[in-house]
Ligand binder design. Structure first.
Ligand code: SAH
Ligand code: SF4
Length: 472
């Protein structure tokens, strides 16, 4: 039997959870005199947001309505992120703030899940120091939510589920999507890359790809429902397909989704530079629905640091990819993640990162100061540069990026571009906001009915955070 099939949660297991959902629903109707309400907040990356939609789907099945105020909630769930320390601290802060709320309303339930909860040290800390938390479940146990909730509501002790293991594929869970214009579509889970600073492979398990037919049928359904943008998600979409019984890679998948008829566009993230092939670039060039933009995180502009990060590409190889993409796809834009202050990084090495961003001229940078993560290789490396100095480096980098961004934004003035109108603008009454292929914000005056459609805007002025124009 192919490995991938063994990794799937079976239909019977899902059916058992649906049965628990029904039983939890009837217990909750006895517990509360009103329809129960849930507050669900997901921290961190799109993958976590996507998991949050599954959590909400399961809760809807159990009969919960949803509120965006903790004060009105009978169940509060924090879907946590472990990628950096400040994300983790915020979760502890929020959970601490729930203590007096729960004292006042003891029948309120509190659940914690996601990447932090997959770590034993965190789950133990919650067990010991946060006795008012009812449910703790890691990324591998998301689909067990109905059972855990049922057990707790039926009077069993606090529920903890963070079993270790490679992780499995779960298909067929109910979903409650956050938006009606843009949708996230996970194509794979987990990560096998073990970049030396990163906790993700430890908390999300091994790389595993969804079957192409499952992805395609979800994509078709999204298009049928009128979604205008689909973002294909994975920690490293470029290794999609490894371990599947059929020979398929990410470029093949992209081509198949591009073939679906309808007025929609495709994005994807994240693309690891070490696996970003010329075939992928040529596929983007060929597929008219794929946005002319790649999020291609470089992390550092120093070959010594890239090696210490275990990124397995060089600055030269990275720049060759950028140049090839620019040659094949005129007008393509890039964004990147950058880590400043990796252990042992010198000021000169940091400056190489600045030189790289000046060379590539990214539309958007997501910048982070290195944060040591327990259990990773980098956490035990010498790290002599003080945090204050790293913050100064980061400000230096951001100032350079601001100049680049300003120039790129100014270049838009006078251009006519296609945007997806996705909500009300920030510029006042009548203004609508949209996104370009580079995911940049454009605001324009238009009827509210334009929200959810592609329109053309002529850009008249530009600031760093957005540009402004009129309908063409
Ligand atoms: N799979 C994606 C990234 C997932 S994490 C990729 O490989 O590109 C998102 C970003 O968080 C990373 O790209 C990195 O820039 C940052 N990050 C991850 N671990 C970090 C750490 N320990 N300290 C600071 N930034 C980190
Ligand atoms: Fe983390 Fe590297 Fe995997 Fe991205 S590719 S999730 S940075 S280990």
């Amino acid at each position: 039997m192919p490995e991938q099939v063994q990794q799937a949660v079976s239909n019977q297991e899902i059916a058992a959870q649906m049965e628990y959902a029904g039983r939890a629903k009837s217990l909750l109707s006895q517990r509360y005199s009103h329809p129960p309400m849930a507050y669900v907040h997901s921290f961190g990356c799109q993958q976590n947001q996507s998991d949050g939609e599954k959590i909400k789907g399961l809760l809807a099945q159990i009969g919960y309505g949803f509120t965006d105020q903790v004060e009105n909630a009978d169940l509060v769930i924090y879907n946590t992120c472990a990628v950096r320390e400040n994300a983790q601290d915020r979760v502890f802060g929020n959970v601490g703030a729930l203590k007096p709320v729960k004292q006042e309303r003891p029948d309120m339930l509190i659940g914690l899940c996601g990447c932090m909860m997959q770590q034993n040290s965190v789950s133990e800390k919650i067990k010991k120091s946060y006795p008012y938390v009812d449910l703790v479940f890691g990324t591998h146990a998301l689909h067990l939510l109905p059972e855990l909730l049922f057990r707790r509501v039926s009077g069993e002790k606090r529920q903890f589920s963070n079993a270790e293991g490679p992780g499995r594929i779960v298909e067929g869970l109910p979903l409650r999507r956050d938006g009606s214009i843009k949708a996230n579509l996970p194509v794979m889970y987990g990560c096998d890359n073990f970049c030396s600073y990163c906790v993700v492979p430890y908390v999300r398990g091994r790389e595993r790809s969804r079957r192409p037919e499952d992805i395609l049928s979800e994509a078709r359904e999204l298009v049928r429902q009128g979604y205008r943008e689909i973002t294909l998600l994975g920690q490293n979409v470029n290794s999609y397909g490894k371990g599947l019984p059929e020979p398929v890679d990410f470029s093949d998948l992209l081509r198949e989704i591009n073939r679906i008829e309808g007025d929609f566009q495709i994005r994807f993230m994240t693309s690891h530079p070490k696996d970003c092939t010329r075939k992928l670039i040529e596929t983007i060039a060929d597929c008219e629905k794929v946005c002319r933009h790649i999020h291609l995180p470089v992390q550092s502009g120093s070959n010594r640091i890239l090696k210490a990060m275990n990124r397995r590409y060089t600055v030269e190889g990275y720049l060759e990819l950028i140049d090839y993409a620019r040659k094949c796809i005129p007008g393509i834009t890039f964004s990147s993640d950058i880590i400043v202050g990796f252990p042992g990084e010198t000021y000169e090495e940091f400056r190489q990162t600045v030189e790289l961003i000046k060379r590539v001229r990214y539309h958007t940078l997501y910048t982070f100061i290195y944060s040591p993560r327990e259990g990773t290789k980098a956490a035990s490396m010498e790290d002599p540069i003080p945090e204050k100095e790293k913050s100064r480096w980061l400000r230096e980098l951001l100032a350079e990026q601001d100049v680049i961004r300003g120039e790129l934004q100014n270049n838009l003035i006078g251009k006519t571009i296609r945007v997806l109108a996705d909500g009300e603008g920030k510029s006042g009454e009548g203004w609508i906001s949209g996104r370009t292929a580079s995911n940049d914000i454009v605001e324009f005056i238009a009827p509210k009915e334009t929200i959810g459609s592609f329109i053309t805007v002529e850009i008249e002025r530009a600031l760093n955070w957005a540009s402004f124009g009129k309908l063409k």
